[in-house]
Each structure stands twice: as C-alpha cells, then as structure tokens.
Design a protein around this ligand. Structure first.
Ligand code: APR
Length: 404
C-alpha cells in the first residue's frame, strides 16, 4: 500500500480533460498501476516540472521499479493486475466479453431519470465528488475559471507561474506567497453553500456513502458532515507539520502565526511548518487510497459537483464506479469527457470518462449551471424542498420570519 500511495502524487494533466483518457483502464487501487499508466499513456503531468526534472523523476521511477523486481509477490500482483486491466478493457470497452458496458439503470438518461432512480429506492450508496465550484458562492474563488479563478488573479502573490503557490519545492524556497493566500482564504471566514447543505441532506437521508472533496476549505464539516463521511483528497488545514522533524502543530497555533503575518517555523528545529494540505508532488492522504478502493465498487450513483476534473489522481476516480453506475455532473460546463475527438472515440471504443456526448451513453448526465441551483433543482424534483430549505441556515431564517 505504501508503495502504491507514494507512486500517485497530486498533479495536473498535461491538457485539461485529458485525465479520464489516462485513466481508461485505471484500476480501483489508484496506485502502482496508475503509475504504469502514466508512463504508458502520458496522462498525468505536473506542469511545474521542467523536462530535466521529469527525466530525473523517470530515472527514479525506473529505480523503484527495479527495487520492485526483487519482490516476486509484488510482481505477481502487478501481472495479475495488468491482465485484469486488459481483460476488463477488452470485455467492457470492446464488448468482447458478451457482458456489454453494463446494465442500463436509468429509464431515461436525464436529470429526471436520475431523480426517478433515486426515488425508486434502488440507489443507496451515493458518492459525491466535489471541487472548488461548490464553494465559489461562499466567496472562495475556484482555480481555473477565466477572469475570476485564483490562477488568473495572482499578481499580488508574486509568483513565477500560478501552480507555484502549491508546489512543494517552490514553497521550501519561498513560502510567503502560500501563507499570504492561506490568510486570505483561511477556513472559518466562509459559510457552507447550498451545495454543501445538499450533500448534508443526502447524509441525513442515509444515502451518502462518502463525500470526496478536493477542497481544503473544510466547509463540509461546517455543514455538519461527520468526519468519517468525508475524504479530503487534497488534505486539510486542521493539522500542520514541520517539514523537517514532522512535529505536529494545531490549527490554532498555525492560524495565530498566519494572522500575525509570520512564516510559521518549527519550535524544535526552525524548519517551515506547513498545513497538511497536499501540494503538487506530494502524496495524497492514506485515507484517500484506502477508502476509494472499498467505496467506488459499491457506488450506485456518482454525483460530481463543481470540478474541472483536471487534477489527478482525483479526476480518474470517476472511472472506478461499476460500469452500470449512473454519473451526474453538476457544473458550469462539461468536464471529464475529453475533447470532441475523444468524445467520438468514447462512443466507439471505451466508456472511460463521462460519455455525455456519446451515442452509446446510457448513464451519464450533465446538469449544467451553478451547483447551488442544480442542487436546489434536484431537491425540488426529489420532493425534498422543505427539508432542504430548513437545513440551509439563511433560508431557514427567512422561512421562520415569514411564518411569524
Ligand atoms: N457552480 C458550478 N460550477 C462552478 C461554479 C459554480 N458556482 N463555480 C465554478 N464552477 C466550475 C468551473 O467552471 C470549473 O469547471 O467548477 C470548476 C472548478 O474547477 P477548478 O477551478 O479547476 O477547481 P478544481 O477542479 O476543484 O481543481 C482541482 O486543482 O490546483 C488544484 O489542488 C487544487 O484542488 C484543486 C484542484
């Protein structure tokens, strides 16, 4: 497990929406095999790396693979995994196994179809996958929206390239931009959005298997989701560690340093202290790898909210649900289905990524627009409107006042 985790670090795809293609045959473990796929298909690339860095990483990678060669068991596992992937590819993607692409679960491939499916009671294990788009209405900018995204608005942080702010090597040399941003976006200053409350409602209804988020704003916790229901794939501000001696620091300690405009330094060894959020080139939390393996095969509805699905390994999770599992994207624009040419290929060859534009699509639905409106529409169609509005503090207050 440790090896496979180490192999998958946070990184962006070389080009937006290339992620799902890279994950065509990605196994549920998201680990070692994922590393192989990256090599073979060039799916995941850290944009902040120079070619030389990438070559040196490849050498390191080769060394790791040589070390792996010493371990016969690992080899067998890898072979089995590879054969499994190949068989799976031939069976499900080329329809050679007779099983087709999976059973048709939705009567109608539409939002109404998804609602009907939820209402039927057959859907009991919903996974939500979220990104920055569920928090923009709270006042937290997303990363890539033209004109408003964080990456378009970074002069004040004085960065050589936008991703540097979350680059661990850059941070070690120049931590100031990150801590200036951390102060601007510090959790606590923002309230959950109606989208967060919708996810809470799914939990109240006993339908939420797990909420996977790329966000580090902790708003799902503020909305009352229990910690065991949440996987913060890109880490959290709740704890921090010294990057040298690993001494742990509390959120309060870190907050005090950040708000005094200090660069937090370890009291033991004077190294930098960094919140446990995942920077590019860093490992994702162990919980992410453990739970994705057990959760995704059980998923019977995947809700994808407010994410461009461009950052791996998070983005490839959409491929780890069973082939019949419906996937509903609620986002301002389509994501996760690749470019139009790949969309065509999806139709002919594979079911990787969202098949929104494929003639063979039997399960992927897009509800395009704002997440909050999309969630309100779902709640409405599901007949949950009153309960939903009672959960959202500002709406509940308005409702109470109106009753008075
Ligand atoms: N409603 C619906 N969609 C929205 C909204 C909204 N209110 N606001 C923004 N969006 C959409 C954007 O159009 C975009 O498609 O949400 C998506 C946000 O995409 P990104 O900015 O790329 O954010 P995300 O996918 O979360 O980024 C992933 O990138 O740099 C890293 O580690 C960082 O976790 C982050 C990761």
């Amino acid at each position: 497990m440790a090896d496979s985790q180490a192999a998958v670090k946070q990184g962006e795809t070389a080009a937006p929406n290339k992620a799902p293609e890279a994950a065509t045959s990605a196994p549920a473990d998201g680990g070692t095999k994922c590393k192989n796929l990256e090599g073979a298909m060039g799916g995941m690339r850290d944009p902040s790396k120079t070619k030389e860095q990438e070559e040196s990483d490849e050498e390191e990678c080769d060394e790791n693979e040589l070390e792996d060669d010493d371990d016969d068991d690992d080899d067998d596992d890898d072979e089995e995994g590879f054969m499994g992937m190949l068989q799976n590819f031939l069976r499900t993607k080329l329809d050679l196994g007779g099983g087709g692409e999976g059973e048709k679960v939705l009567d109608e491939v539409s939002v109404e179809g998804v609602v009907k499916y939820i209402k039927s009671g057959k859907c009991k294990n919903i996974i939500t996958m979220a990104g920055a788009g569920i928090s923009t209405s709270a006042g937290i900018p997303d990363f890539r929206s033209p004109g408003t995204g964080l990456y378009c608005n970074l002069e004040k942080y004085n960065l050589p390239f936008p991703e540097a702010i979350f680059d661990i090597e850059f941070f070690k040399v120049n931590p100031k931009p990150f801590f200036v941003l951390a102060k601007d976006l510090y959790p606590g200053a923002f309230n959950p959005t109606p989208s967060h409350w919708f996810i809470r409602l799914l939990h109240e209804k006993g339908l939420l298997l797990r909420h996977y988020t790329q966000n580090i704003d902790t708003l799902e916790h503020v909305a009352g989701l229990p910690a065991e229901k949440v996987v913060e794939a890109h880490g959290t501000f709740r704890t921090s560690h010294c990057i040298g001696c690993q001494k742990e620091y509390t959120q309060d300690w870190l907050k005090e340093e950040i708000f005094k405009d200090l660069i937090p330094k370890c009291e033991e060894c004077n190294n930098l202290v960094k919140p446990d959020i995942v920077f590019f080139r860093e490992d994702l939390p162990a919980k992410f790898f453990e739970l994705t393996q057990s959760d995704f095969p059980k998923c019977d509805l995947l809700l994808i909210l407010g994410t461009s699905l461009t950052v791996q390994p998070f983005a490839m999770l959409i491929n780890n649900v069973p082939p019949s599992c419906p996937r509903l994207l609620i986002n301002r624009e389509k994501a996760g289905s690749g470019d139009p040419m790949m969309g065509l290929l999806h139709g002919m060859l594979s079911s990787s990524g969202l098949a929104l534009d494929s003639p063979r699509n039997i399960r992927d639905v897009a509800l395009l627009g704002d997440c909050d409106q999309g969630c309100a529409k779902l709640a409405d169609l599901l007949g949950w409107k009153d309960e939903y509005e009672k959960l959202i503090p500002c709406k509940a207050e308005k409702g109470e006042k109106a009753e008075e």
